[in-house]
Design a protein around this ligand. Structure first.
Ligand code: ZN
Length: 420
């Protein structure tokens, strides 16, 4: 098959080229490629490497009334994504044992429309499970440095976390942390959004990032900080990375689009942890400070996102369908940077050697998109199990023409595991 005449966007740049595909893989990228197979006319369109969302909560099995793999993966495909890596919570059971991991893989094999991998969980008491999870193909591990919001997935104390780092280093895997320092979080003083914001100061994130990097360096453990919300944390990660620490960080569209002052207006739909801070501060971090932008799609039913008491509202944002189109609507972000932040850098960091780029030998994961139309996120377009999002009304750019997963229409996703 040949995808002909489009503008191919990679982290290296944009070029007019045809893409030849045989089976699952890209075999050639160049001008005027020959061949007599099926052709897709991409004239006037752009072609990105299929997106990789390494931070979603699809909640299957166990909490599928919040989100399931069929709906979540269809939403991703609609937004230009061909791979997801699912978090070890908020499914039931949580992915802290090899048996729970098998349940996830089985569920995704049945219903994922795109390729899929899984993070395992580190919680007090499960360190003897880490090796078995690595053998099964876990992408790495996630731990919380503060309460996660659900009882089945408790936070790691310092001792557990440091011991886990040693074991994960020995297993040549990677640790992801939710970095907020429990000791610096407070009970909200009252029911308002402002009370919630004040209960989670930015210093709590910086303090936890500091500890996590120090401990990981001592254990020689690869470290990734999820959903960074402040410039201070991003700068701290960057400085340590520059001086040789094996640490990366991600942020999410909601930290780029909204600040603390927006939360009252947005209400419960905008509740997440860490909370929105200073939207203006984070854009520069995408030019090297942080390596990826992911959705942290963490949905629930609508009733859990509403109510007068902010303390009782579920903390999580629904957004995985819109990540790329939201980024593209910010004309300051050049196309190759968007490809890097949403695919190439993710694949490189997490050891997906055949994904994240458009070049011979890579999986034919492609997003063919018409970048001319501008629009907004509309509820009726969302494919989530619970179709609502804090992003409704936000500007997006582009219309998905076609998403190809290993050369085919989204349909039967495959299990992926780190290759190095
Ligand atoms: Zn999350």
């Amino acid at each position: 098959m040949i995808v002909r005449g489009g503008s191919v966007v990679t982290a290296r740049g944009v070029m007019e080229a045809d893409i030849a595909i045989a089976g699952d893989r890209i075999t050639d990228v160049g001008q005027n490629l020959g061949g007599d197979g099926e052709e897709i006319d991409a004239t006037g369109f752009h072609i990105f490497p299929g997106g990789i969302d390494s931070h979603v909560h699809f909640n299957e099995p166990g909490r599928t009334e919040w989100e399931d793999i069929a709906h979540g993966s269809a939403a991703l495909a609609a937004g230009g994504y061909t791979t997801f890596i699912d978090m070890p919570l908020n499914s039931l059971p949580v992915t802290t044992t090899a048996e729970a991991f098998d349940l996830k893989v089985d569920a995704a094999r049945r219903s994922s429309r795109v390729d899929f991998g899984f993070w395992g969980g580190v919680v007090p008491g499960n360190l003897d499970q880490l090796e078995g999870l690595v053998e099964r193909g876990v992408m790495g591990f996630k731990a919380f440095m503060c309460p996660s919001g659900i009882d089945e997935f408790p936070a790691c104390d310092e001792r557990t976390l440091r011991e886990a780092m040693k074991r994960i280093a020995d297993l040549d895997s990677i640790l992801l942390v939710h970095a907020e320092d429990s000791a610096m979080l407070m009970e909200p003083k009252g029911p308002t959004a402002r009370d919630f914001l004040e209960s989670r100061p930015w210093q709590a994130e910086l303090s936890a990032v500091h500890d996590a990097i120090e401990w990981a360096q001592e254990a020689r453990c690869r470290l990734h900080i999820v959903h960074v919300s402040t410039l201070a944390s991003a700068a701290f990660i960057h400085a340590h990375r520059e001086s040789g620490a094996d640490v990366t960080g991600e942020t999410c569209p909601h930290y780029l689009l909204y600040g603390a002052d927006d939360l009252e207006r947005l209400g419960g739909l905008g509740k997440c942890a860490p909370p929105f801070r200073d939207k203006a501060a984070l854009l520069p971090t995408l030019y090297g400070g942080l390596q990826m932008v992911v959705s942290d799609h963490s949905p629930s039913t609508l009733d859990l996102k509403q109510g007068d008491d902010f303390r009782k509202i579920w903390g999580g944002i629904s957004g995985c369908q819109s990540t790329r189109q939201l980024l593209l609507s910010d004309r300051r972000l050049e196309l190759p940077l968007v490809a890097a932040l949403t695919a190439t850098n993710v694949a490189k960091r997490f050891g997906l050697e055949r994904k994240g780029d458009i070049a011979p030998g890579f999986d034919a994961d492609l997003w063919i998109v018409d970048l001319k139309p501008d629009g907004v996120v509309r509820r009726e377009d969302l494919l989530y199990r619970n179709p609502f999002s804090v992003h409704e009304g936000q500007k997006i750019r582009g219309r998905t023409v076609k998403t190809l997963v290993r050369g085919r229409e989204p349909g039967q996703g495959q299990f992926i595991r780190p290759e190095k």
